[in-house]
Design a protein. Structure first.
Length: 161
């Protein structure tokens, strides 16, 4: 009499892309490398933070960084569940200079909506000038320290500080 034997084949457990990326860095013992954060189901957590640098950012479902969500250390982390508007050019330039701790460098001044303030002043040099909506200096508006600042609402005029 023949004996019927059932053979169970175990398929290899498939890790998600996030788990594979995380394990790849962990196995290589890459000190200081970013290790992706995965949730309980193995998917990328929407908020990713690099413990060595302090930067945080939002990612999509494939782990790709969402432009404009990068935040430097010591600042408010982005809300990746309901993200604020992506960072504007002004905010990106401001954050880039701030993070690099470039002593004496000009830091663009942005308004509450992230747009360039019409009047820009460099605290280290004392110079002030007007800019257009893209942050470009408007010729003829540069004023040296100790003088009246330009009135960017009415070019050609000055205002006392």
């Amino acid at each position: 009499a023949g004996v019927l034997t059932t053979v169970h084949l175990q398929l290899p457990f498939r890790n998600t892309k996030c788990e594979q990326d995380r394990d790849n860095v962990t196995v290589k013992h890459m000190i200081g490398a970013f290790i992706p954060q995965c949730d309980e189901e193995g998917h990328y957590r929407p908020l990713q933070c690099h413990p060595s640098t302090g930067y945080c950012w939002c990612v999509n479902s494939t782990g790709q960084k969402i432009e404009g969500t990068n935040t430097p250390p010591g600042t408010k982390t982005p809300n990746c569940e309901a993200p604020d508007h992506p960072k504007t050019k002004c905010e990106q330039e401001r954050d880039n200079v701030t993070v690099k701790h470039m002593i004496g460098a000009f830091i663009p001044q942005c308004d509450e909506e992230g747009h360039y303030r019409p009047l820009q002043c460099h605290p280290s040099t004392g110079y002030c000038w007007c800019v257009n909506s893209t942050g470009q200096k408007i010729e003829g508006t540069n004023t040296p320290p100790g003088t009246k600042t330009p009135n960017c609402e009415a070019p050609g005029k000055t205002v006392a500080l």
